[in-house]
Design a protein around this ligand. Structure first.
Ligand SMILES: NC(=O)c1ccc[n+]([C@@H]2O[C@H](COP(=O)([O-])OP(=O)(O)OC[C@H]3O[C@@H](n4cnc5c(N)ncnc54)[C@H](OP(=O)(O)O)[C@@H]3O)[C@@H](O)[C@H]2O)c1
Length: 267
């Protein structure tokens, strides 16, 4: 088959959790540009639909829907609604993250750790479980977990001056867990025609100046000086990896971790 056809997502239906966030917006747009119909899902469904509508104005196929990964009913409702509205699901991108429960090891309590994992790990497992019931029936499906460079290393503590506070223990452990979850699901469901892969992105600072970490902030300087490619990730950088993994271009790839971190984790 022509290689460009292998990358096509024409006729596919994808769910992107947190699909209106920083990386989520680029992931949603990239999947749409490759031909997929994309459901952009998070708690703020109006924000998702507003973004989906802006993509539709560019001739793409995107729809916003509600999802709270901390709520089992919300997970069930989203997946059932997508199947009843679009007839199928082909791709799930577990991209959402709730950073409101990040906590240092020193300050961690059982309650806050469980609350964080309820979204950032268990929510991903339970949403995957729900999609897998459809994927197994279809004998085809594709899950992409968005981990992080932090799922391969740990915070470089010397890069964070005291005013940044201590770095959270749960972000690192949840992101490492997604790499393991990827391998578990890939191994368990490979014979069902289902592929599961993971992307470990590096730092993306967004393109809205008001929300960006300042260029002269100590962490920005440390990041750029120590990243082999010398910069933050850019908006388009995650589109290629996600379309590759979602499409037949990666037909023989499963359980893999695609590192997209500007080289950060090589040293
Ligand atoms: N940005 C980076 O530098 C970076 C680096 C490495 C890896 N990553 C990874 O990339 C992914 C996206 O990160 P980001 O920085 O783009 O995130 P972000 O901009 O903070 O967006 C996070 C998204 O998750 C959604 N969300 C939060 N809690 C949720 C819940 N309970 N249920 C459903 N959705 C929920 C939010 O929408 P609502 O508030 O509407 O729910 C939001 O759209 C994450 O997995 C992150 O770990 C990011």
């Amino acid at each position: 088959m022509n290689v460009m056809k292998l990358f096509s997502l024409e006729g596919r239906v994808a769910i992107v959790t947190g699909g209106r966030g920083l990386y989520g917006s680029a992931i949603s747009e990239g999947l749409c540009e490759a031909g997929a119909t994309v459901v952009i899902a998070s708690r703020n469904s109006e924000k998702c639909e507003e973004y989906a509508s802006s993509l539709r104005q560019k001739g793409l196929s995107a729809w916003g829907m509600a999802l709270d990964l901390a709520d089992d009913l919300s997970i069930d409702r989203l997946v059932d609604d997508v199947v009843s509205r679009f007839g199928r699901i082909d791709v799930l991108v577990n991209n959402a993250v709730d950073r409101s429960k990040m906590v240092s090891l020193n300050d961690a309590t059982r309650e806050i750790l469980q609350s964080s994992a309820s979204v950032n790990l268990n929510g991903q497992i339970l949403l995957s479980q729900k999609c897998l019931t459809y994927f197994v029936k279809q004998k085809k499906g594709n899950i992409i977990n968005i981990s992080s460079m932090r799922g391969l290393d740990c915070p470089h503590f010397p890069f964070y001056p005291p005013e940044y506070g201590d770095q959270p223990v749960n972000y690192t452990t949840e992101k490492w867990a997604l790499v393991g979850l990827t391998k578990y699901m890939a191994g368990r469901y490979g014979r069902d025609g289902i592929r599961v892969n993971c992307i470990c992105p590096g730092g993306y600072n967004g393109d809205q100046p008001a929300a960006r970490v300042a260029d002269d902030a100590p962490f920005t300087r440390a990041y750029k000086e120590n990243c082999p490619l010398g910069d933050w990730a850019h908006y388009d950088d995650i589109k290629g990896p996600v379309v590759f993994l979602a499409s037949e271009a990666s037909a023989y790839v499963t359980g893999a971790t695609l590192v997209m971190d500007g080289g950060w984790t090589i040293w």
